[in-house]
Design a protein around this ligand. Structure first.
Ligand code: PGA
Length: 251
């Protein structure tokens, strides 16, 4: 049976002291959340070590927002999967649309990043999603299907135990425009079918597929009620502990 997950993606927000404070608030409120809902916070790399201390012993998991596509060495400014794992983080987000759009993240690089993340014991939150232009051209299924398979074709059913998928339509991220629950469900069901065709029904059924893009306390209920939506990847609303927890209470 797949897990319900609510993951917060802090992006490039908060200083270290602010992030530690926010993590403390999330941990304090996490006791309100039923035990079948997994909470994860994804913080900037600078925050991972002190936030790992804060979440230690709590039900809150810790994630990076990215990791390098190389193992180690002369790659100034990069942070390897082994470094992320050594902070105490258990996950990393990969392939967020902001990284695809602004930092040249290609599916090829994502294959390398995913391999390294898994090899270092990290769970991967792999993001996929179409742009507004692609949706308006009716290409959303093709785009999301290709993004999913271009990476997952390189992985096994066993690897899928440590891969979470996040569907994040680019036009809904930070725009206040949420995909309707029906629009999101349609793509989630399509992703699950894609996984079933590739890995079999059991893997498809066991894989958590999150929705992201202006998910907030006022719309999480309707989204999470859909059978193929297993939780959310939350940006803006994850920066307020109360809103983040409220979303986790929306199943
Ligand atoms: P948002 O971001 O909730 O602010 O739209 C979601 C995300 O990009 O992960």
């Amino acid at each position: 049976m797949r897990k319900k997950i609510v993951a917060g993606n802090w992006k490039m927000n908060t200083t270290v002291p602010e992030g530690v404070q926010l993590a403390k608030e999330v941990v304090a409120k996490a006791v309100e959340v039923p035990s079948d809902v997994k909470l994860i916070i994804a913080t900037p790399a600078t925050h991972l070590v002190p936030v790992a201390e804060v979440v230690k012993g709590s039900v809150v998991g810790l994630s990076a927002e990215n990791c390098a596509d190389k193992e180690k060495g002369a790659y100034t400014g990069e942070i390897s999967a082994a470094m992320v794992a050594s902070t105490g983080a258990q996950y990393t987000i990969l392939g967020h649309s902001e990284r695809r759009q602004y930092y040249g993240e290609t599916d090829e690089k994502l294959v390398e990043k995913t391999k390294l993340a898994l090899a270092n014991g990290l769970g991967v939150i792999l993001c996929v999603g179409e742009t507004l232009e692609e949706r308006e051209a009716g290409k959303h299924f093709d785009v999301v299907g290709a993004q999913t398979l271009n990476v997952l074709n390189h992985f096994s059913a066993e690897d899928m135990k440590n891969i979470i998928i996040a569907y994040e339509p680019v036009w809904a991220i930070g725009t206040g425009k949420t995909a309707t629950a029906d629009q999101a469900e349609e793509i989630h069901a399509f992703i699950r079918k894609t996984l079933a065709d590739k890995f079999g029904a059991q893997v498809a059924d066991d894989t958590t597929i999150l929705y992201g893009g202006s998910c907030k306390p006022s719309n999480a209920n309707e989204l999470f009620a859909k059978s193929d939506i297993d939780g959310g990847l939350i940006g803006g609303a994850a920066l307020k502990a109360e809103d983040f927890i409220q979303i986790a209470l929306s199943f």
